[in-house]
Design a protein around this ligand. Structure first.
Ligand code: T46
Length: 138
């Protein structure tokens, strides 16, 4: 699927535990301008249900687990995040839905831009219609 991918981060492990560094522009393929985290989500809740025009993001399950459905008009995949040393990259024009949050889970998101509601496409039909990566295919 375009504009998505799993990223593996370094782990410094010793008898005192584990440490994973994540550096902007090095481990993450963009400058990190914003960080937010999603937590206290009930297990029957689905979040997301939108796409972005410009935004690049990396999602990391810092604790617990969460499933992410990533979707384009021609492809669909569900990825379970549970490893704090693993990130899911999601770029522009990929629909995302986050669900099945385990109790006490925290989803960290590193984003390439400051918050801008105008960058969201929240209607699936509009997303399909406006998606430049699908032009000529549908
Ligand atoms: C995404 C997925 C993975 C802000 O004020 N600043 C922010 O940086 C963000 C992300 C949200 N908000 C406000 C906007 C809404 O009033 O927080 C509220 C909840 O946001 P939203 O319903 O968009 O949250 P999710 O979990 O559906 O989606 C979020 C991101 O918005 C989105 O970019 O890709 O996480």
């Amino acid at each position: 699927m375009y504009n998505t991918g799993i990223m593996r981060f370094k782990i410094h492990s010793d008898e005192y535990g584990r440490l994973t560094p994540v550096e902007s522009g090095i481990d993450i393929p963009f400058e990190i301008k914003r960080v937010y985290y999603i937590y206290n989500v009930l297990s029957d809740v689905t979040r997301g249900l939108h796409s972005h025009n410009k935004l690049h993001q990396v999602l990391i399950a810092l604790g617990g687990s969460v499933k992410i459905r990533i979707k384009t008009p021609s492809d669909e995949q569900v990825i379970e995040l549970y490893d704090p040393a693993e990130g899911l990259y999601i770029g522009p024009y990929v629909w995302r839905e986050m669900f099945d949050f385990s109790a006490g889970s925290t989803l960290l998101v590193l984003a390439s831009e400051l918050y801008d509601e105008n960058d969201y496409i929240r209607d699936y039909c509009e997303y399909v219609r406006k998606n430049p990566l699908e032009r000529g295919k549908i």
